[in-house]
Design a protein around this ligand. Structure first.
Ligand code: ADP
Ligand code: MG
Length: 450
């Protein structure tokens, strides 16, 4: 063969594989593309079946419209889509996909089999594809209306990528679950169920929704009822009418709609109740305030705003294996990482994806932090670049520190101490709920009405 240093064109098949690896970047994108196709096909029931966390098999089955026989050949060809025909259609796209790249890329990267039964067909068909997206086997296959796409051995056609994929499978899997959860939440009226089977073991549930009619039910199904309660400070904020309606709340239920923060400075302290609550009065309205919850929220917000976490230097700088995009997000938000105790050395001359090395991690007695917290920050910062934020585990740490610092239930308070707690409520961002979501204050009665 020719010497290696001769510049030659890469053969077409390899080019297609390499480019496909840029469409389907990860397990998460593979699952996302398949689920989107099912949603686009009008499915109300989607089953995602994984074997060995998706390295062995990813299979997405739906009860959507199915694929018509005349579209079999086009299914997996690059830039073939049923969703747009010319440029003007782009304006009216109402589906997730329209580039016609996902299935063609999956064929290039794995072994793809599709079984489908179109709504107008009497019997289903099973199709096997080669890596160029050509049909190699086609046979009648009994099944109900809908489509099942099976992707086996993802990335095995790109050996280096395949090795990376298997090495990083825990991370890939965690990201995929996050993406799937997001689709579960936004897909009202669609039942999504995902299972994973390791080896010959039992199938274990990963995520499932009952196809509820609203976001609240879907969030409940994905995160569990218990977490839902605490998710409701966060979802409630900022509360608009649409969110209220979605959650079955009346806008009058929300304290921030009824009250303003200026009111706290004007409140008159009446006294303490049951060694746990402050009774305060404003004009003719009486309020009861949870002394622990409100102090906890104040301390929490102060920690969130002002704490610069101490970093501990690593003995050996650590490579992070970031994607090019994530690496840029990190470099552009270094200050925020530093405030969270993460520090890096940046080598501008190194190749993209290799420019950043971790040199310092935040430390705290009972908490250890690592690359997953960096990933989370990158995730948040890609949404809101430049906006101060904390990894959720730092928030948790602050919440538990705030709790320990705060006035306990059962502690007698002087009027001055109560005054201070109530004044603090007017000084913070969100005095209405404690960091765990419990309300800090309730209106007891209007004296006018008594
Ligand atoms: P795109 O979604 O961008 O059109 P894809 O490669 O993801 O491209 O899919 C190609 C085509 O295959 C789609 O336009 C659609 O017509 C068909 N298709 C893919 N998945 C399904 C499915 N689950 N049910 C019905 N049709 C499907
Ligand atoms: Mg698609």
């Amino acid at each position: 063969s020719e010497p290696a240093e001769t510049i030659k064109r890469i053969d077409r098949e390899s080019v297609h594989r390499i480019c496909s690896g840029q469409v389907v970047l990860s397990l998460g994108t593979a699952v996302k593309e398949l689920v989107e196709n099912s949603l686009d096909a009008g499915a109300t029931n989607i089953d995602v079946r994984l074997k060995d966390h998706g390295t062995e098999l990813i299979e997405v089955s739906d009860n959507g419209g199915g694929v018509d026989e005349e579209n079999f050949e086009g299914l997996t060809l690059k830039h073939y889509t049923s969703k747009i025909q010319d440029f003007s259609d782009l304006i009216h796209v109402e589906t997730f996909g329209f580039r016609g790249e996902a299935l063609s890329s999956l064929c290039a990267l794995s072994d793809v089999t599709i079984s489908t039964c179109h709504k107008s067909a009497k019997v289903g068909t099973r199709l096997v594809f080669d890596h160029n997206g050509k049909i190699t086997q086609k046979a009648p296959y009994p099944r109900q209306q809908g489509t099942t796409v099976s992707v086996q051995h993802l990335f095995h056609t790109l050996p280096v990528r395949h090795k990376e994929f298997q090495r990083n499978i825990r991370k890939e899997y965690a990201k995929m679950v996050q993406i799937l959860q997001a689709y579960c939440i936004i897909s009202k009226g669609v039942r999504i169920n995902c299972t994973n089977q390791v080896g010959q073991g039992k199938k274990s549930p990963v995520v499932s929704t009952a196809g509820g009619p609203n976001l609240k039910e879907n969030i409940g199904a994905v995160f569990g009822k218990k977490q839902l309660q605490s998710l409701v400070p966060f979802v409630q904020l900022p509360p608009n009418e649409a969110v209220c309606e979605e959650y079955g709340l009346k806008s009058t239920d929300l304290p921030e709609k009824l009250y303003s923060k200026e009111m706290f400075a004007k409140m008159e302290i009446i006294g303490q109740f049951n060694l746990g609550f402050i009774i305060a009065k404003l004009n003719s309205d009486l309020f009861i305030i949870d002394q622990h919850a409100t102090d906890e929220k104040y301390n929490f917000e102060m920690l969130q705003q002002h704490t610069v976490l101490q970093g501990q230097k690593l003995i050996v700088p650590q490579n992070l294996n970031l994607t090019a995009v994530n690496e840029t997000v990190l470099i552009e938000n270094l200050e925020i990482f530093r405030k969270n105790g993460f520090d890096f050395v940046i080598n501008e001359n190194a190749p993209v994806t290799q420019r950043v090395k971790l040199i310092s991690l935040p430390t705290s007695k009972n908490w250890t932090f690592g690359p997953q917290d960096i990933d989370e920050l990158i995730f948040m910062l890609s949404d809101c670049p430049g906006v101060m934020c904390r990894p959720s585990r730092v928030r948790q740490m602050f919440a538990s520190r705030a709790c320990r610092k705060s006035v306990m239930i059962g502690t007698a308070l002087s009027v001055q101490e109560m005054r201070k707690l109530v004044t603090h409520m007017g000084e913070i961002e969100h005095p209405w709920n404690c960091p765990h979501g419990r309300p800090t204050m309730r209106h007891i009665a209007s004296l006018d009405l008594i």
